[in-house]
Design a protein around this ligand. Structure first.
Ligand SMILES: C[S@@+](CC[C@H](N)C(=O)[O-])C[C@H]1O[C@@H](n2cnc3c(N)ncnc32)[C@H](O)[C@@H]1O
Length: 221
C-alpha cells in the first residue's frame, strides 16, 4: 500500500529530476566508486543501476563494457535517462520500477550498483529492497551500495524523526525527501543474511561504501 510518505518522496524526486529535463549535459559519473565492483563482474555482465536517477552511472557502466540497466521510481528520472541515452548515443536499458518489488527474474544480474538509494528508503522499504537485490543477483553476484551520513540532521529543525530511524524533511527545497543515516539501518546484520562483506569503507565526506557478495546461502530474513 502506498503511504503518504511514499507519495511525498516520489513527488520530491519527480520535482528534482524534472529540473534536469530543462538542462543539457549530465553530472559526472561516480567512476572512482564503480572501480570497486569492476574486478568482481565479468566483462559484458549485466549490472542493475538501482535508483539510477538521470542515469550518469548506467551510461558510464555501459560505456566501459557492461550491460547497464537503469531503474528508478521516478518517471521523470527515467525520462531524463532516456533522453541522455539518445543524446549520448549510448547503449543501456532504462525503466520505471520500485527497488522494493523488482520486475526481474531470480539471478538476472551479475552486479547491482545502489549509489545513494538505500538511504532513501524507510525501514520496511530497506528490508524489502535488500531482499529483492539478493533475489535478482546470481550467487556470487556483487552489490555495491553507498549510504549517506546524516548525523548532522539530528539538530536540524526542518526535519521530523520517525521511530524506524527515517528522517523526513518538512520544509525548504528538500521537503518530502526521506533519508536514513547509515548507522541506523542495521548494516551490521547483513553478513547473517547471506551477504559477505568484501569492502567496508567511509568516503571522504563520511558516506558509507559497502561492497557485498551474494553467497549461495538461502537468505535469512
Ligand atoms: C540520491 S538519488 C541517486 C541517483 C543515482 N543513483 C546517482 O548516483 O546519480 C536517489 C534515487 O533513488 C530513487 N528512488 C527512491 N526510492 C526508490 C525506490 N523505491 N525504487 C527505485 N528508486 C527509488 C529516487 O527517485 C532517486 O532518483
Amino acid at each position: 500500500m502506498k503511504t503518504e510518505s511514499d507519495t511525498n518522496s516520489r513527488q520530491y524526486w519527480d520535482r528534482t529530476w524534472a529540473r534536469f529535463l530543462k538542462h543539457q549535459g549530465m553530472i559526472a559519473p561516480a567512476a572512482k566508486l564503480i572501480q570497486h565492483m569492476i574486478p568482481h563482474v565479468p566483462r559484458g555482465g549485466w549490472i542493475l543501476d538501482l535508483g539510477c536517477g538521470e542515469g550518469r552511472n548506467t551510461i558510464y557502466m555501459s560505456r566501459i563494457g557492461f550491460q547497464g540497466v537503469g531503474l528508478d521510481l521516478s518517471p521523470k528520472a527515467i525520462k531524463v535517462l532516456a533522453n541522455n541515452l539518445f543524446e549520448e548515443e549510448a547503449r543501456g536499458v532504462c525503466m520505471v520500477g520500485d527497488a522494493r518489488a523488482l520486475p526481474f527474474a531470480v539471478g538476472a544480474f551479475d552486479g547491482i550498483l545502489a549509489h545513494h538509494l538505500f538511504d532513501h528508503l524507510d525501514a520496511k522499504g530497506f528490508s524489502l529492497a535488500i531482499g529483492e537485490a539478493f533475489r535478482v543477483l546470481k550467487p556470487g553476484g556483487i552489490l555495491l551500495l553507498t549510504m549517506g551520513n546524516f548525523a548532522a540532521l539530528r539538530a536540524d529543525k526542518k526535519v521530523v524523526f520517525r521511530d524506524d530511524g527515517s528522517i523526513v524533511f518538512t520544509e525548504g527545497a528538500n521537503k518530502g525527501m526521506l533519508v536514513r543515516h547509515f548507522e541506523d539501518v542495521g548494516l551490521e546484520n547483513l553478513p547473517g543474511q547471506g551477504w559477505q562483506v568484501q569492502k567496508d569503507e567511509l568516503a571522504p565526506r563520511g558516506s558509507k561504501i559497502l561492497l557485498l557478495k551474494r553467497t549461495g546461502a538461502a537468505r535469512a530474513a
